[in-house]
Design a protein. Structure first.
Length: 117
């Protein structure tokens, strides 16, 4: 019985490496200063990075309308708190200036299921 317990303990240990054991991976600190300067940058950064890293945003160049839709999507689909009109305008204006659609080589995020434009 003792041998079985020991074997189980060893297996459990081997099957559950702690995150500390993942070698060579250090999550990078992100800060608003990494985004283009502009009015609303800090507010937008802190609102939008509560749930995901910034790459998902900085790679998603959009028109102003596209960013407005994305904010709505974050609220309706992902449960982001609904910003009031002023705050929404501040964020959408900033996002459209900082991450315009033209800035991404493929012209912004595309729905892979939509017909090609
Ligand atoms: C309450 C959590 C939450 C907040 C706050 C939030 N998002 Fe998201 N966002 C998500 C989730 C969940 C996904 C989809 C899962 C994923 O791809 O990581 C997502 C995905 C995205 C995507 C990828 C496109 C898509 O439809 O999947 C973009 C772009 C994006 N978010 C932008 C933003 C912006 C801009 C803000 C700030 C206005 C924001 N998010 C704030 C939860 C959030």
């Amino acid at each position: 019985m003792k041998a079985i317990m020991l074997a189980l303990a060893l297996c459990a240990g081997a099957a559950a490496p702690s995150f500390a054991q993942v070698q060579g991976f250090t999550p990078r600190e992100e800060s608003p200063e990494q985004w283009p300067a502009g009015e609303g940058r800090d507010e937008t950064f802190y609102m939008c990075t509560a749930c995901h890293a910034t790459g998902i945003i900085t790679r998603a160049g959009q028109t102003r309308e596209g960013w407005d839709d994305l904010v709505t999507q974050m609220v309706t689909r992902h449960n982001m708190s609904d910003p009031d009109a002023d705050f929404r305008k501040l964020m959408v204006d900033y996002l459209a200036r900082a991450f315009p659609r033209e800035a991404t080589p493929q012209g912004g995020w595309r729905n892979p299921f939509a017909p090609t434009r």
